[in-house]
Design a binder for this molecule. Structure first.
Ligand SMILES: *Cc1c(COP(=O)(O)O)cnc(C)c1O
Length: 387
């Protein structure tokens, strides 16, 4: 099975369409054929191909595409973002090790760490700071990993990639970043020295709210180590979904560019409204980490959050929307909005939410690719139901 490897030669948009394509030698079809086989003739191949070994033709092809998009050597695919996150951490950690993590992580990640790590005797500390100094304070003799997520959820806080990566390198600590919110269109952490990049492909990579998948991107050496543990954990992605995800990625650049544009326009519009208290978007000059975001991001992403003024009922606002969907997930081509307190961050205690600056008036919005004017009109009509 030939895979088209155009890794270093082509630009991002071209990689989205072509990197890792499988060549249809039999019929000359113009897209990757789908190989659903779970069993391969022994004498025909040098390696034992099997879905849970992460080496079927479609898995390898798509892994090449995603690696190319992040400017990395290698990648591996999983059945969910959480499978990628848990596998990356558990491939490297053992009892007695310690991990430093950013405080405001994706809720599922935080839950995984808090409930599973104590069972294995793995220690952890959270920091609410964003500079390498804040992370440095938490480093212990047994610290093995620094784990970050920037822009963060839901406040779009920006962590300094270069300084955290330098700190980790000086202390021989591995760095992992969940790059889901940025997507490879807006941020490529490997350029700043991060070791492992994770995506919940359920979000921007899939982009149509119809695929559950995850991926880890890194050096060949690290991916080899992770895949040998991953075989034991068994979180591989079905080849059919691999094929669908390849299809989605062909339009990744187009989708995310439109989402970036809509998010920025909505953020600018909201910032000037009387019924709005605060808008959180790294593309706004009022964002406290705007300069840092400009330095390390290519564009500012499709996610924003805002605090409605106290005279607006947040739940009524969400239910009053007619075009924008009040749903849980994010990054689809359709615009969605939610209350972090009532949904994405409902598992946190009140104290944890206060610590992360999540209040009752906060709405998180995931910009889709609809027309900006229609989105703006929808927000206005829902507000007008209350004032
Ligand atoms: C959704 C999400 C995850 C988890 O991904 P699943 O595919 O739902 O397992 C991890 N990190 C971030 C930032 C997410 O948004």
């Amino acid at each position: 099975m030939d895979r088209k490897l155009i890794k270093k030669k082509a630009n991002f948009k071209t990689q989205c369409v072509h990197a890792g394509e499988l060549v249809d030698k039999v019929n000359g079809g113009s897209i990757s054929p789908l190989y659903m086989a779970t069993s391969y003739k022994f004498s025909d191949v040098k390696i034992n191909r099997y879905p849970r070994y992460f080496n079927t033709p479609n898995q390898k092809g798509l892994a090449d595409k995603i690696a190319a998009l992040e400017g990395a050597e290698s990648a591996i695919l999983f059945s969910s973002g959480m499978a990628a996150i848990s596998t990356s951490l558990l491939s490297y950690l053992k009892s007695g090790d310690h991990v430093v993590l950013q405080n405001d992580l994706y809720g599922g990640t935080r839950n995984f760490i808090k409930t599973e790590f104590p069972k294995f005797g793995i220690e952890f500390s959270f920091t609410s700071g964003i500079s390498s100094k804040d992370f440095e304070k938490e480093i212990r003799k047994n610290t093995k990993i620094i784990y970050i997520e920037t822009p963060s959820n839901p406040k779009l806080k920006i962590i300094d990639l270069k300084s955290v990566s330098d700190l980790a390198k000086n202390n021989k600590i591995l760095t992992i970043i969940d790059n889901t919110f940025a997507s490879p269109v807006n941020q490529n952490p490997i350029e700043f020295g991060l070791d492992i990049v994770i995506h919940s492909a359920t979000k921007y990579l899939g982009g149509h709210s119809d695929i559950s998948a995850g991926t880890i991107v890194s050096s060949e050496k690290i991916i080899n180590k992770i895949s040998s543990s991953a075989k034991n954990f068994g979180g591989n992605l079905s080849d059919y979904t691999v094929w669908l995800l390849e299809r989605s990625l062909k339009t990744l650049y187009l989708r995310v560019k439109e989402q970036n544009k809509n998010a920025l326009q909505i953020a600018i519009f909201l910032e000037n409204e009387a019924w709005m208290d605060k808008v959180y978007y790294p593309g706004l000059t009022s964002h406290p980490n705007h300069e840092l975001a400009k330095k390390q991001m290519k564009d500012f992403g499709g996610m924003l959050s805002f605090d409605l003024s106290p005279k607006i009922d947040c739940k009524k606002f969400l239910l009053g929307l007619e075009l924008i969907k009040p749903t849980m997930s994010l990054a689809g081509i359709e615009t969605t909005a939610l209350s972090p307190k009532l949904t994405s961050h409902s598992l946190l205690t009140d104290e944890e939410r206060i610590e992360q600056g999540i209040n009752d008036q906060m709405v998180r919005l995931s910009a889709g690719i609809e027309d900006y004017e229609d989105l703006k009109d929808d927000i206005i009509q829902s507000i007008k139901k209350q004032i």
